[in-house]
Ligand binder design. Structure first.
Ligand code: FES
Ligand code: FE2
Length: 398
């Protein structure tokens, strides 16, 4: 029923095979998956959520950092703690392109160079620099690079083509990032996990696909022939998927265009939490229509802010204190549904007892690539040098 093409392992078979399921979930700096993911640009924030002159603490792959945007608008990532006596830098005051520690005023430029040390001898500050992590912005996200040496090419994938508005959000999941990543690559779950909402009444048999998976220079392309047409899904290494999906919130579904080209990227906060960054191109053009959409979006965001948090609802549902049906009108029901399903696998899923079937072939394909790459890293062999795609397949052809 399908064609699978996968590149062979790099070099010889290892005499010390890794235990994939004991490696993939763990992304501390000394673990294989942590070392692997640090070779890529990593989203660390949503651009619109970080105003000029503001700073906040972030945790990425089990390590804490300071994210700030200078008053001139450039975002920077520095270590979490001030090197003087260790208080957290993000509570300090942001200046043009630097941050001044709250405690005794030591000041650090975005590059990490110390530029002021009040009370200390003149010039001493020039001798101190902390690490400044390379930082860039793309399609509404702030990216940083936490790996060794020079970062790879930026941006990691193309911007959307065509006219429209960018709608960008992030959602915290209280489960390991790899569960979320697998979930995005598991298109069949949508018919069941999200049955209360947008997919109600859909004919699943027509959605079952004859699938082909192909490893490409940038990731994986899935081609699915269904009774409803041909669908392409794209995975850009390491943890970005490109899809066409509806808006993820209920109110926007009533106020704006439905299907949107979308990038979703999963970033481990720590091994028990995942941050999902969602960037969508809303196909609204023309000044008046865009202004109208933005006004509606402002209201959507207000409603979302006032609603019970998705994590709290998901926890109640998993505890048996509520049903998903009790929350049919929640403004981000679709996120709750995913949080319930993924969290229901456990905070870190136990994959040893799984029984994979034919609808899990995409997940198996992804795992085999990750196994090959982590094994290469474990053996001290080079991993695949992924490239940035110039263009991606049109996600849906009828
Ligand atoms: S702890 Fe930051 S200046 Fe003293
Ligand atoms: Fe989902």
């Amino acid at each position: 029923m399908s064609v699978v093409s996968l590149e062979p392992p790099h070099g010889e078979r290892s005499s010390h095979p890794i235990d994939l399921f004991d490696e993939l979930p763990f992304t501390g700096p000394n673990r294989l998956a942590g070392r692997y993911l640090r070779q890529f640009w990593t989203p660390v924030g949503v651009s619109w959520q970080l105003a000029a002159g503001r700073a906040k603490p972030i945790t990425v792959m089990n390590e804490k950092f300071t994210l700030f945007r200078g008053t001139e608008g450039i975002a920077h990532v520095l270590p979490f703690a001030c090197p003087h006596r260790g208080t957290q830098l993000s509570v300090g005051y942001v200046k043009e392109d630097s941050i001044s520690c709250l405690y005794h005023g030591w000041e650090f430029a975005g590059s990490g160079q110390c530029v002021a040390m009040p009370g200390e001898r003149e010039g001493l500050c020039k001798t101190l620099a902390i690490k400044g992590y390379p930082t860039r912005e793309h399609v509404g996200l702030i990216y940083a690079y936490f790996g060794e040496g020079e970062p790879p090419a930026f941006p990691p994938y193309p911007a959307f083509e065509g006219d429209g508005l960018l709608e960008v959000d992030c959602e915290l999941f209280e489960n390991n990032y790899f569960q979320s990543w697998e979930n995005d690559w598991d298109i069949y779950h949508a018919n069941f996990t999200h049955r209360t909402g947008q997919l109600h009444g859909m004919d699943f048999d027509r959605f079952i696909a004859t699938e082909e998976f192909e490893e490409t220079p940038f990731g994986i392309v899935r081609r699915g022939e269904t009774g409803m047409g041909t669908f392409f899904s794209t995975l850009i290494m390491p943890t970005t998927v490109r899809l066409v999906i509806p808006t993820l919130n209920e109110q926007s579904r009533r106020t704006g265009p439905q299907l949107r080209r979308t990038y979703i990227t999963h970033v481990p906060v720590d091994d028990t939490k995942d941050m999902a960054y969602v960037t969508q191109l809303v196909p609204v053009s023309g000044e008046a229509a865009q202004a109208e959409y933005l006004a509606a979006l402002k209201e959507v965001r207000r409603i979302r802010k006032e609603a019970e948090s998705t994590l709290s609802v998901a926890a109640k549902i998993r505890a048996g204190e509520a049903s998903i049906l009790d929350y049919k009108d929640h403004p981000t029901l679709v996120i709750i549904e995913d949080q319930v399903a993924q969290g229901g696998q456990g905070v870190i899923a136990n994959r040893y007892g799984e029984r994979l079937g034919r609808t899990d072939r995409g997940i198996a394909f992804l795992r085999r690539i990750m196994e090959r790459e982590l094994q290469a890293l474990a053996d001290g062999r080079p991993t695949k040098q992924w490239t940035t795609p110039d263009a991606l397949p049109d996600p849906h052809q009828r």
